[in-house]
Design a protein around this ligand. Structure first.
Ligand code: RIB
Ligand code: CA
Length: 311
C-alpha cells in the first residue's frame, strides 16, 4: 500500500541519502512534503539543501517548507565538523532555483495532519517542528498514523555526549514532548545505525551507478565518512537517517522491542539521553518500538537498487 509521508529533516549527507531513497520510491511512498529544521547546519542551509535534493531527484513537484531555526529552550548546536559548512559537503551541484513554499513547516504539518488520514511522519533531525505543531494543535497526536524517528541510543551510548545522540541532544525538550504525546513511535537509535556503515565498497556501489544521483551520494559519503573513521575508528560513516525510510520500504530488515523510552531534560551531565527501559524494570508503559538489529547488506542492497532508479 502506498504510504503518505512527511519528511522532517536537517540535511546532512545521511538525510540526503534518506530523502533520495524516498523520492526514488514513488510506488511505495507518497511524499506529501519535506520540512526543514535547524540541526546539522542552520535553517537557511538545511532548507537550501532540501531544495537541491528535490532538484537532484527530479521531483520538484514535492513542496519544501522552511521550519524552526532553533530548539525550544536551548541555543542551537550544529555539526559542521561532521557535515562540512554546507551540511552536504561532497556534493557537486548548482545552487537550487526551486522556491521554498510560502507556508511555514509547522503550518504545513498541522494542515496536512488535520486534513489527511493515515499520514506517517519521518523525522531525520531534531524534533523541534513536531513539538511546535503539537503545542499549536494537540489534536494531531491522535491523527498521526506513526512517527518514525532517527534519534537516541542505548547500548551504543551517545555521539554528542557520552550518553546523548545529536538529534535528541539538540532539542531534548521537543523530544520529551513527542515521547509523551501518545503518538505511535518507531525509533532508529545509534544501536541500529552503527550497524549501517558506509564502507568504501558500499560507497563504490553508488559510484558505479554512473548517474548524477549515484555520483552525488558517493561524493557526499566520501566526505562524510572521514569524521567517523578518525573519531570512532569505524571503517566508514554510519548511514543514520536512511534507516527511517528503509523501515517503511522493508520493515523485515529490522528487529526491535516495544518498550518505555523517556528523555532526560534536567541534568546537564546527561541532558538528551534516551532512557530506554529495554528490560522493563520500571513498569513504565511502553511507548516506542525501539530498533536494535539490522540486516546491513540487505539495507545497502535496497539503497543502491532504489537510488539506481533515479536519473
Ligand atoms: O546522530 C545522527 C543524527 O544527527 C543524524 O540524523 C544526522 O543527520 C544528524 O542530524
Ligand atoms: Ca539528520
Amino acid at each position: 500500500m502506498r504510504q503518505k509521508i512527511i519528511i522532517d529533516t536537517d540535511p546532512g549527507q545521511d538525510d540526503a541519502v534518506a530523502i533520495l531513497l524516498a523520492l526514488a520510491s514513488p510506488d511505495d511512498l507518497d511524499v506529501l512534503g519535506i520540512t526543514s529544521v535547524a540541526g546539522n547546519v542552520p535553517i537557511s542551509s538545511t532548507t537550501r539543501n532540501c531544495l537541491m535534493l528535490v532538484e537532484l531527484a527530479r521531483r520538484t513537484e514535492i513542496p519544501v517548507f522552511r521550519g524552526s531555526a532553533g530548539p525550544l529552550a536551548r541555543d542551537l548546536v550544529t555539526a559542521e565538523h561532521v557535515h562540512g559548512p554546507t551540511g552536504i559537503d561532497g556534493i557537486d551541484r548548482p545552487a537550487p532555483t526551486t522556491q521554498v513554499a510560502e507556508a511555514s513547516a509547522v503550518d504545513f504539518i498541522i494542515e496536512t495532519l488535520m486534513t489527511i488520514d493515515e499520514v506517517v511522519v519521518c523525522t531525520l533531525g531534531p524534533l523541534t517542528n513536531i513539538a511546535h505543531a503539537l503545542t499549536e494543535e494537540p489534536r494531531i497526536a491522535a491523527r498521526i498514523k506513526q512517527l518514525i524517528l532517527m534519534g537516541g541510543g542505548h547500548f551504543e551510548g551517545g555521539n554528542t555526549t557520552p550518553v546523548a545522540e545529536f538529534n535528541i541532544y539538540v532539542d531534548p525538550q521537543a523530544a520529551a514532548q513527542v515521547f509523551a504525546s501518545g503518538i505511535p513511535l518507531v525509533m532508529m537509535p545509534l544501536d541500529v545505525t552503527h550497524r549501517a556503515i558506509a564502507t568504501p565498497s558500499r560507497i563504490d556501489a553508488f559510484r558505479h551507478l554512473g548517474t548524477p544521483p549515484g555520483d552525488a551520494v558517493a561524493g557526499m559519503l566520501d566526505f562524510y565518512h572521514r569524521h567517523d573513521i578518525e573519531r570512532y575508528g569505524m571503517p566508514g560513516g554510519p548511514l543514520h537517517d536512511p534507516t527511517v525510510i528503509a523501515y517503511l520500504l522493508d520493515p523485515g530488515l529490522f528487529t526491535g522491542r516495544y518498550v518505555n523510552v523517556e528523555i532526560e531534560t534536567q541534568s546537564a551531565l546527561t541532558m538528551g539521553t534516551t532512557v530506554v527501559d529495554w528490560w522493563g524494570v520500571t513498569k513504565r508503559p511502553a511507548n516506542c518500538l525501539v530498533m536494535r538489529g539490522l540486516d546491513a547488506d540487505g539495507f545497502y542492497h535496497l539503497l543502491v537498487e532504489r537510488i539506481g532508479r533515479l536519473r
